[in-house]
Design a protein around this ligand. Structure first.
Ligand SMILES: Cc1cc2nc3c(=O)[nH]c(=O)nc-3n(C[C@H](O)[C@H](O)[C@H](O)COP(=O)(O)OP(=O)(O)OC[C@H]3O[C@@H](n4cnc5c(N)ncnc54)[C@H](O)[C@@H]3O)c2cc1C
Length: 456
């Protein structure tokens, strides 16, 4: 590393590791500063289901799926009712296939296309994932690649607490605070803020996303909003601060993810009165606040043996059922007894759902896809709504450059993932599966790719 410091400093070893690896591939020296010694287990990338969208990927072509960045962009704009930032959504849709192929080719991440079910809002099968469908395996792999790369140094635990600029407003260094309170100032010309959003900052959550503030937070404890604080000190603009990814199916007992594959394969959600209360397939993110507003703010996911077997491809689901969170019953009355829900309501709802699934009747909530007809034996898992991460943050352009309130770029400053504004519009309903990791890995990739020519 030269006297001028590393070519790039990355704050945050989640999706930010992609920037480090991409920059090293381009011949640059990188320092990664990570606040948590346990990041490989505790950050959001590690906690995720590892679903990464790639529109037009080679796996899709091999499976005969015709997809394109434009089609993905159309899905994003439809799901967000036109409110997502078009320029950013377009850049991420465009880079998505390149990203998954680069992860497989350059980082040797063993990715495959998910073809056994479709997530709400995606018009094509385009989510790519790793064995076990869990982010811990993916992050472990990225961290190993970083450790093997001589151009990358890693400093952990250490917190990036400030970024400085010269008299022209160009980035010239960072402040790093060690756990003992000592401070280091390191020169650099480029900084990526990949420190995630503000989900762990209760005051900010209550201010920006009050509808989900009472729900359980199921994300990294280090998502304290540091990027917003640092960026704003430098005059950066922020946007979409009311956007978040919720999830309606966190196991109450195990505090692990039950997952929405349960629903997409044909499961239903009942509230504590034993009643369905909406079209579950609209999306797990928006269903979190809907469930939070039901009596007791909890409910049950009901599935059958066939759905159970299909969901075992998810490590999270395996952990949930291994913990004993699922109750089983041979028939509808037995399910009411096992869950403690009112028997008449349970029998009525399950019988009605069988009629909707077989096409005899239509669902008053408008759900059109039931996967298959639910038949006993049944399993039910008690669920609570959760906040996974926030989606608003620093305004960035298509190269992840942080922009000031007047629209000009702060030269040398980049943001990705939860630190940057996302592509999910406002609120929770615009979130499409994969659109947490895509801005995390994709903006990191774009930032590093642009460095070689633009910032150095
Ligand atoms: C259970 C769950 C499942 C999910 N599944 C999916 C999915 O399948 N697909 C999808 O697209 N999204 C998913 N998401 C969302 C996705 O995980 C996040 O959007 C994404 O991982 C955010 O990446 P990031 O790099 O911004 O943050 P993180 O991965 O959280 O990384 C940020 C890192 O920065 C560190 N840090 C914080 N502050 C500082 C600082 N000041 N200095 C240095 N380091 C700092 C933190 O310790 C952390 O390691 C899921 C989320 C959860 C919780």
């Amino acid at each position: 590393m030269s006297e001028d410091g590393p070519d790039l400093i990355v704050a945050g070893a989640g999706g930010g590791l992609v920037a480090a690896l991409r920059a090293a591939e381009l011949g640059l020296d990188v320092l990664v500063v990570e606040a948590s010694a346990h990041f490989k287990r505790g950050n959001n990338t590690a906690m995720s289901t590892a679903m990464i969208p790639g529109a037009g990927s080679r796996w899709q072509r091999e499976a005969g799926i015709e997809d394109s960045p434009q089609q993905f962009l159309d899905d994003v704009m439809r799901k967000t009712k036109g409110s997502a930032d078009h320029r950013l959504a377009s850049a991420l849709a465009e880079v998505s296939a390149t990203l998954v192929e680069w992860l497989a080719n350059h980082v040797r991440l063993p990715l495959s296309l998910v073809t056994d079910f479709s997530y709400p809002g995606h018009s094509q099968l385009r989510c790519h994932t790793v064995e076990g469908r869990h982010g811990s395996g993916m992050l472990e792999h990225l961290a190993r690649a970083v450790a093997d790369e001589p151009r990358i140094d890693m400093l952990t635990p250490a917190r990036l607490t400030d970024v400085s600029v010269d008299s022209d407003g160009v980035v010239d260094g960072v402040t790093i605070t060690m756990p003992d309170g000592s401070v280091d100032v390191v020169p650099t010309r480029a900084v990526l803020l990949a420190t995630n959003g503000y989900g762990a900052n209760a005051a900010m959550v209550a201010e920006h996303v009050p509808e989900i503030a009472a729900a359980r937070y199921h994300g990294s404890e280090h998502s304290a909003g540091d990027a917003l604080t640092i960026g704003r000190r430098l005059g950066a603009e922020s946007a979409y601060l009311d956007a978040y990814q919720g999830h309606a199916a966190l196991s109450k007992q195990a505090t692990t993810l039950v997952g929405w594959a349960t629903v997409m394969h044909g499961g239903i959600v009942l509230d504590t009165s034993g009643r369905r209360f909406g079209d579950e397939t609209t999306g797990y993110s928006e269903y979190a606040a809907i469930l939070a507003a039901r009596p007791g703010s909890e409910g049950w996911v009901v599935i059958d043996r066939s759905i159970y077997d299909k969901c075992m491809s998810f490590k999270d689901f395996q952990q949930t059922v291994d913990s004993g969170a699922a109750v089983w019953a041979d028939d509808m009355d037995g399910l009411a007894t096992a869950t403690g829900l009112p028997p008449a309501a349970v029998v009525e709802e399950l019988t009605a759902v069988q009629r909707y699934a077989s096409g005899e009747d239509s669902d008053p909530f408008g759900r059109s896809s039931f996967g298959h007809t639910l038949t006993g034996p049944y399993a039910a898992i008690k669920i609570v709504p959760a906040l996974f991460h926030t989606q608003g943050g620093l305004v960035v352009d298509e190269n992840a450059r942080v922009l000031r309130t007047d629209g000009s770029a702060i030269t040398g400053l980049f943001a990705s993932g939860g630190a940057a504004m996302g592509i999910s519009g406002h609120g929770a309903a615009g979130y499409l599966a994969g659109n947490g990791l895509l801005p995390a890995l994709g903006l990191a990739y774009l930032a590093a790719s642009s460095l070689r020519t633009k910032e150095l």
